[in-house]
Design a binder for this molecule. Structure first.
Ligand code: HEM
Length: 296
């Protein structure tokens, strides 16, 4: 049975870092994937270090053509009918490191950067944290409608018998909030934007058509598992959207819906905007381990 990368489901850590890498010229697909597999094999679990490694979908498909799920990179911006744009910033490798504190994550981050240095250059790095455990910087609880832990594995992992079984699709998208505008809204207006109450995250009934929870309604678009965190400082901050799914369709459909392609544009996008966007295949842990040089 294929084994899903455990970091996707490892809850409760407070400190996070997201690293995205571009391959160095002259590095072939196999060498890049082998280096990533070696990294995955050498990150220690002491200090509650969690690790999720993702690869540009076409890169994983080139190395294991029989075993890759059908996924494409985030190669074109998502543009809504009014011009609202979520940019495409696809890289070759995406890594999420998490731990019980900043020091642990810092050490794991420098280990990752130096392990991959011969084959890949760091293109983007975001340091993040779990804000009051499960709050977004808008002040709202984020993750209320996530599946319970016991079901999450079915939501994130490609099922047995399909190409890429045990793998997952990750959408990694960094958003920056316009906090001055957001904070100027009264609580009722903010709740209409999200579609839930602020203190206790109760779903509004009815909720506005353009509420975020309406534009990403999982009964319409399919179920995903979100592991979002907060990033930034007082001058620039927002949400690191970290969404996993067994297939790409639901994630892509939600982005289209938020941009207003099949209805009103998501009200939340008037107060936050995407700075980055990339899809990664998160290979099954056992498949990746089999490609580490020591395993060969
Ligand atoms: C700045 C960016 C974002 C923020 C601050 C944000 C915040 C929130 C909040 C506060 C909720 C309500 C509570 C909950 O159920 O978790 C929510 C729901 C949700 N969001 Fe987001 N979100 C963002 C971006 C996205 C993106 C990019 C996607 C998908 C690609 C997405 C997918 C969802 C889904 C699926 C739900 C649950 C909808 C349901 O009720 O079925 N969100 N989000």
């Amino acid at each position: 049975m294929a084994i899903v990368q455990s970091g996707i489901l490892a809850l409760g850590t407070s400190s996070h870092a997201y690293l995205e890498f571009d391959r160095r010229p002259g590095t072939d697909d196999a060498a890049l994937v082998a280096a990533v597999a070696e990294l995955a094999a050498t990150v220690k679990t002491t200090g509650a270090t969690g690790l999720v490694v993702g690869l540009r979908p076409e890169l994983w498909a080139a190395v294991v053509p029989e075993e890759a799920p059908v996924v494409h990179g985030y190669d074109e911006a998502v543009v809504g009918p009014d011009g609202f744009t979520m940019p495409a910033t696809q890289h070759d490798v995406g890594i999420w490191l998490t731990g019980g504190g900043r020091s642990i994550v810092f050490d794991a981050t420098t280990h990752a950067v130096s392990t991959l240095a011969p084959v890949a250059a760091l293109a983007d790095e975001t340091v993040a944290w779990s804000h009051h455990h499960d709050r977004d910087l808008t002040g709202f609880e984020d993750g209320t409608e996530n599946p319970p832990a016991a079901e999450a594995v079915r939501v994130v992992a490609v099922p047995d018998g399909r190409p890429g079984a045990g793998g997952s699709v990750l959408l990694l998208q960094k958003w920056v909030h316009d906090s001055a505008q957001w904070d100027a809204l009264d609580r009722g207006t903010q709740e209409d934007v999200i579609g839930r109450t602020k203190p206790d995250s109760v779903e509004l009934d009815p909720k506005p058509e353009d509420a975020h929870a309406a534009r990403t309604d999982q009964d319409t678009y399919g179920h995903v598992f979100r592991r979002n965190t907060a990033w930034g400082d007082t001058s620039a901050h927002g949400t690191m959207f970290v969404g996993f799914c067994a297939e790409q369709g639901p994630l892509a459909a939600m982005l289209d819906a938020m941009a207003g392609k099949d209805g009103p544009r998501d009200a939340l996008t008037r107060y936050t905007r995407a700075l980055t966007g990339a899809y990664y295949v998160v290979p099954p842990a056992d498949a990746l381990a089999g490609l580490a040089p020591a395993a060969g």
